[in-house]
Ligand binder design. Structure first.
Ligand SMILES: [Zn+2]
Length: 148
């Protein structure tokens, strides 16, 4: 195994501009990829074609879902570039790409800092999760998972 996935994610975060919500268009551009929004079949989510330098994403999905999918595809690219190999079980590669997407879109330090700010108020938990998700450009479900 080459570089640690955590470090790759940090580099990508910086490449995207180093702020949230992560500018995925900018990140793709800097990596030489175009994002293609396609009204694919309902069971289609997204795909990556390295030779064609495109990330294709189902444009019928919600905005936050499209963002997570693009980040997921970039995860496959990043981990492949870093020489992280997955043999056999493809579920492992999918989980790794999801972890990459979560780390990229919701950097731990940013989440911790936002969450402590939000927790100073008196808003109910679900409302704070909603605000956090909004700031990060992710779904509430994704934010909740990241909070642990
Ligand atoms: Zn995947």
């Amino acid at each position: 195994m080459g570089v640690k996935p955590e470090l790759i994610t940090k580099n990508y975060y910086r490449l995207a501009g180093g702020r949230v919500p992560v500018n995925l268009e900018r990140l793709c551009r800097r990596l030489g990829f175009a994002i293609v929004e396609w009204p694919g079949p309902p069971d289609f989510t997204s795909l990556l074609s390295v030779p064609h330098r495109i990330v294709v994403v189902n444009r019928n999905m919600r905005y936050v879902r499209r963002r997570f999918s693009v980040a997921h595809e970039l995860g496959h690219y990043a981990l492949g570039q870093a020489g992280v190999q997955f043999f056999g079980e493809c579920g492992r590669a999918e989980r790794a790409a999801n972890r990459f997407a979560a780390r990229l879109l919701m950097p731990k330090s940013v989440v911790v800092s936002f969450w402590s700010d939000l927790s100073r108020g008196r808003e109910p938990f679900n409302w704070r999760v909603r605000l956090l998700a909004h700031r990060l450009g992710v779904s509430r479900a994704a934010a909740r998972v990241r909070l642990g």
